[in-house]
Design a protein. Structure first.
Length: 269
């Protein structure tokens, strides 16, 4: 590492940035976040190139966060530089790619040399104004991902780490202790490898979420019986009112069906 620092930063094409690429959860709920910024401070945990590291505290009771991977790697997978979750859906890469049927692992080389080469090629293209071919922008959201996505930030994830003294019954700092006084729930979910998470393989959190998606496939009955109109979206142009009637008559008497062809949807009462 030391010898690399003697070389010219610009010539290396190392990354400088003014703001991290992060998700809302990692940014925290405070409207004023003070960030420290250190150029070429650490190596990216994926491509190993030095990058600009940001550090901040996402809330009063939160622990400090710092960017772990470089912006190029973050853009290649469309993930947060800190938590490595997808920026759009707040989901692990493995969940997103499975739900959207994206097979992108072949596109990103896993050996260090190739990774560095690819990251540099990406930066060159970006400088030349060539859009990087990312499959994520093209993939349309489907039911599975819409069911699984996280729509509100999850600040709980930023809480302080568990107090190791408390766990052993030895912490004497009481309420002053900056760490969390709770017994951790240990299990496979607490053990995650950053590269596996990035590449979307062997991710225990992903397997758990995907299992949940399978269970959620059946619609739950409405609790409020005064609501009788059902919105049916994403209709194919060939679907007729009779088709809808045939499909819904088994669920009760149909009062009316209003089809909105321009919007490819219908309201069944
Ligand atoms: Zn990187
Ligand atoms: Zn994040
Ligand atoms: Zn403590």
């Amino acid at each position: 590492m030391a010898h690399r620092l003697l070389r010219d930063h610009e010539a290396d094409g190392w990354e400088r940035s003014d703001f991290p690429i992060i998700c809302e959860s990692c940014l925290g709920d405070s409207p004023y976040v003070r960030m420290t910024r250190a150029e070429y401070d650490k190596e990216c945990k994926i491509c190993t190139r030095p990058f600009t590291v940001f550090r901040w505290r996402p809330g009063r009771d939160a622990r400090y966060k710092k960017s772990e991977i470089c912006q190029t790697c973050s853009k290649l997978k469309n993930v947060c530089q800190v938590c490595l979750l997808d920026l759009e859906y707040g989901l692990p890469v493995q969940v997103r790619d499975t739900a959207l049927s994206i097979d992108s692992n072949d596109a990103i080389p896993k050996s260090d040399v190739n990774r560095e080469y690819l990251a540099e090629e990406h930066d060159c293209k970006a400088r030349a104004g060539i859009d990087y071919e990312s499959s994520y922008g093209k993939a349309r959201p489907n039911d599975t991902i819409l069911k699984l996505q996280r729509t509100t930030p999850y600040y709980k994830r930023n809480r302080a780490h568990f107090c190791s003294f408390y766990i052993r019954g030895e912490c004497t700092r009481g309420a002053e202790c900056p760490y969390r006084h709770e017994m951790p729930v240990t299990g496979e979910l607490s053990q995650q490898n950053i590269k596996d998470r990035y590449y979307g393989v062997n991710d225990p959190v992903a397997l758990k979420l995907l299992g949940k998606a399978g269970e959620m496939s059946s619609l739950e009955a409405l609790e409020d019986e005064s609501i009788k109109t059902l919105y049916v979206g994403g209709l194919d142009a060939r679907v007729t009112e009779q088709d809808l009637r045939d499909n819904f008559y088994a669920h009760g008497e149909i009062e009316s069906i209003k089809m909105v062809l321009q919007r490819a949807c219908a309201f069944v009462t």
